[in-house]
Design a protein around this ligand. Structure first.
Ligand code: UFG
Length: 340
């Protein structure tokens, strides 16, 4: 099959590109490189640099390439940031996706995989969170993703487009073969920040909030290895041959922010210098995935499920890429041993 991957130079998108190619599919990446990296796209994968708002460019591309399907990752994706600039999130994520989906219907593209989020559940009463849980986004980011899910609903109802809405919990780790990793600028995610703090590349880490209703007062998240997440996309593509699906994608296990720090300390063998800070706006206390539907209907099984194993892949990539995609290092950082 021949797929268009928007945001394929980003963290999750680049890992999905690898999974698609490993499975024998051909791919074209569309990315404006605002947060993604050219070096995250394999050299033999065509990269079209452009904005999703550029309808003419996308139209020409679809005309020329005759894609069998689209996997859509390009989006603003920071919960906290979306509380600061809500309309930017709502406008960019929703409008760009709406136009992309509409264009797909014009080109009779009937397969669409959408990178949705656990953030559309807000602060749910029941954990783990099942697909039928009440949608009540706790942030403009989560809201923007839910609006897009609704667009896909109408694209199916009226145009017969089959879609998969994959509601990611916390994607983390890096390609076990070392071909891709996590490199956000600025980095805001807990695991890479804790690793960089352990490595002494950051002076300290702030833990946002000590008074949540959780076992140790810090937020609890369900960390899913990015390669397992990528495989869920392949499984979803099989499903949408015949129907549309919505899946929560996580490990069904929650770890507090302090659990994450301890895991990073064990994996790196170093101390993470951290201190308390106030809550970050928009953060729900607990997000744990109920992923039974995905497992039952597709046979998906996470292969790197233990938090320390997830952290270890992220750590390995950081050792070989101390400056992320900017300057890949030929050897590990001075004074660091590669984990076995
Ligand atoms: N955190 C800190 N200090 C930091 C960074 C993060 O305490 O310096 C905390 C956050 O407050 C939160 C937890 O670590 O409690 C995880 O935060 P991340 O920023 O790593 O991830 P989020 O849970 O905010 O969001 C991620 C993705 C979203 C997705 C969500 C789904 O970035 O796109 O997971 O669960 F919607």
């Amino acid at each position: 099959m021949h797929y268009l991957v928007t945001g394929g130079a980003g963290f999750v998108g680049s890992h999905v590109v690898l999974a698609l190619r490993d499975a024998g599919h051909s791919v074209v990446v569309f990315d404006n490189l605002s947060t993604g990296h050219r070096a995250a796209v394999p050299p033999d994968v065509p990269l079209v640099i452009g904005n999703l708002s550029d309808q003419a460019l996308l139209n020409t591309l679809m005309e020329r390439e005759r894609f069998d399907g689209v996997l859509h990752f390009a989006a603003l994706s920071l919960v906290g940031d979306s509380m600061r600039v809500p309309f930017t999130y709502l406008r960019q994520n929703y409008l760009n996706s709406l136009q992309l989906i509409e264009l797909c219907t014009h080109h009779a593209i009937r397969r669409f995989v959408f990178s949705s989020t656990a953030a559309l559940f807000g602060t749910p009463e029941q954990q783990p969170i099942m697909e039928h849980a009440t949608v009540n986004p706790g942030s403009p980011y989560g809201e923007s993703k839910f609006l897009i899910e609704r667009v896909l609903h109408w694209a199916e109802t009226i145009y017969g487009m089959h879609s998969a809405c994959l509601r990611y919990f916390n994607a983390a780790g890096s390609d076990p073969m070392g071909r891709a990793g996590e490199d956000h600028r600025p980095e805001t995610h807990l695991i890479p920040l804790a690793i960089d703090t352990a490595l002494g590349r950051r002076p300290a880490l702030s833990i946002f909030g000590a008074d949540y209703a959780t076992t140790d007062g810090t937020c609890v998240r369900d960390y899913i290895h990015v390669t397992d997440l990528a495989h869920a996309h392949l499984m979803a593509l099989e499903q949408i041959e015949t129907r549309s699906v919505t899946y929560n994608v996580g490990n069904t296990t929650g770890f507090s922010n302090l659990d994450v720090i301890r895991a990073v300390e064990r994996v790196t063998g170093r101390t993470v210098n951290w201190s308390w800070a106030g809550r970050r706006q928009g953060d729900p206390a607990t997000l744990i995935a109920g992923s039974e539907r995905l497992r039952r209907e597709t046979g998906w099984i996470p292969r790197i499920a233990a938090l320390e194993d997830i952290v270890e892949t992220a750590f390995r990539w950081r050792l070989t890429h101390p400056d992320g995609y900017a300057l890949p290092a030929a050897s590990p950082m001075p004074g660091m041993d590669m984990p076995a």
